[in-house]
Write a protein that binds this ligand. Structure first.
Ligand SMILES: Cc1cc2nc3c(=O)[nH]c(=O)nc-3n(C[C@H](O)[C@H](O)[C@H](O)COP(=O)(O)OP(=O)(O)OC[C@H]3O[C@@H](n4cnc5c(N)ncnc54)[C@H](O)[C@@H]3O)c2cc1C
Length: 294
C-alpha cells in the first residue's frame, strides 16, 4: 500500500521524519511520510496516490499553530516549501497569492503595490493557508473579511474553487475542510504606499508589545471567548506563569504557551486541560483551544 507512494515519489518523500522542527513549539513525534512536492501537478499526483492507498493526509503551514503529539502522525504530511506554492500577482485591486506564501510577505507585497486591507495582520506568524484555515486576525479584523475566492485541492486530488462567502469565516474559524488551500484572491482598497507603510508600522509596534519577544518557542493557547480576552481570564484566575514540566504559560502574556528545553506535547496538553478547568471553575467561561492538535 503505502510503499507504492514512497517508491513512486522517492525523490520527494522522506519516511518516519520528525515533525518537531516544522513547528514553533519544536515538539512532537514523526510523520510516516513527509512529502515536499515540487509543483502543483506533482502535489495532485501524490494526493491521488495517497487517496488511492487510503493514507491519511495533512498539510503543514508555518507550524505556528500546531501542537504535535509525541505519537506523531501515521500518514502523509505535506510541506509546500517549493516557491511554486508561494507565487503572488496583482491585477488592479485584487491580489492572488499561493497558500504557502508567508503572511508577512503577502502584507509587504500588498503595501508595496499600494493596496490596503491586510496591514493590521502584520506580526502574525505563518502562511496564508494557515491564516485562512483558522481565519487569523486581531481586534482590528480578520483575514476572511477580504477574501474574494480560493482555489482548493480536495482529499481525492481535485482542484475546486470556493467564494469567500462559501468559506463561511467566523471568529478564528473557517469552514475550510478541503485538504489544501492552493491559492487565495483578496479584494483590497487602493491607497498611498507611504500611508499604508506607516499604518503597517504602527500595527507592528502594537502587536510586538502584546506578545513574547522572538524567537521564543511560543504558541497562542486559547481563542478569545465572545466578550472576553483569554489573557485577562487567565490572569484573573491566577494562571499567568503556570507550568507543567518544561512547558509554561508566559507570566507577562498568559495566553502564550512557551516551551523550554525538554518540553513535551504531553506536558502541554496536561497544562492546557488543567488551566481550562481552573478558568471554568473560577469564571464560568469555557476556553477553547487556539492550537490545532495533531
Ligand atoms: C508569536 C505568535 C503570535 C501570534 N499571533 C496571532 C494573532 O495575532 N492572531 C491569530 O489569529 N493568530 C496568531 N497566532 C497563531 C498563528 O500564527 C496563526 O494561527 C497562523 O495563522 C497559523 O498559520 P501557520 O501557517 O503557521 O499554520 P500551521 O500552524 O502550520 O497550521 C495550522 C492549521 O492550518 C492548516 N494549514 C496550513 N496551511 C494550509 C494550507 N495551505 N491549506 C490548508 N490548510 C492549511 C494546517 O493543516 C493546520 O490545521 C500567533 C502565533 C504566535 C506563535
Amino acid at each position: 500500500m503505502g510503499s507504492n507512494v514512497s517508491f513512486s515519489f522517492a525523490t520527494i518523500v522522506r519516511e518516519n521524519h520528525s515533525l518537531a522542527p516544522f513547528t514553533w513549539l519544536q515538539i512532537g513525534g514523526p510523520t510516516r511520510y513527509l512529502i515536499e512536492p515540487n509543483d502543483q501537478k506533482q502535489l495532485i499526483e501524490v494526493v491521488q496516490a495517497c487517496h488511492a492507498d487510503a493514507i491519511p493526509m495533512r498539510i503543514l503551514g508555518g507550524g505556528s499553530n500546531l501542537l504535535i503529539r509525541e505519537s506523531g502522525f501515521d500518514g502523509a504530511t505535506f510541506c509546500l516549501s517549493s516557491p511554486a506554492f508561494s507565487q503572488m500577482s496583482c491585477l488592479e485591486n485584487r491580489v492572488t497569492c499561493g497558500g504557502a506564501a508567508k503572511l508577512s510577505h503577502l502584507i509587504a507585497y500588498c503595501v508595496g503595490n499600494g493596496l490596503g486591507g491586510l496591514e493590521h495582520l502584520v506580526g502574525i506568524p505563518g502562511t496564508v493557508g494557515g491564516a485562512l484555515c483558522g481565519n487569523a486576525g486581531t481586534d482590528d479584523g480578520d483575514i476572511g473579511q477580504v477574501v474574494e475566492s480560493a482555489k482548493l485541492l480536495t482529499k481525492d486530488g481535485r482542484v475546486v474553487e470556493a467564494t469567500g462567502r462559501q468559506l463561511a469565516f467566523s471568529h478564528r474559524v473557517s469552514s475550510l475542510d478541503e485538504l489544501v488551500i492552493l491559492e487565495a484572491t483578496f479584494r483590497l482598497e487602493s491607497g498611498e504606499v507611504d500611508k499604508l507603510t506607516k499604518r503597517e508600522q504602527t500595527f507592528w509596534i502594537v502587536k510586538r508589545s502584546r506578545q513574547p519577544s522572538f524567537p521564543e518557542r511560543a504558541a497562542v493557547a486559547f481563542v478569545n471567548p465572545d466578550g472576553y480576552k483569554a489573557s485577562e481570564l487567565l490572569q484573573q484566575s491566577g494562571f499567568n506563569g503556570a507550568s507543567e514540566g518544561a512547558m509554561r504559560l508566559s507570566s507577562t502574556y498568559p495566553n502564550y504557551l512557551i516551551a523550554a528545553s525538554g518540553a513535551t506535547s504531553g506536558q502541554a496538553l496536561t497544562l492546557v486541560e488543567r488551566v481550562r478547568e481552573g478558568v471554568r471553575d473560577r469564571t464560568g467561561v469555557q476556553l477553547q483551544l487556539h492550537l490545532q492538535i495533531w
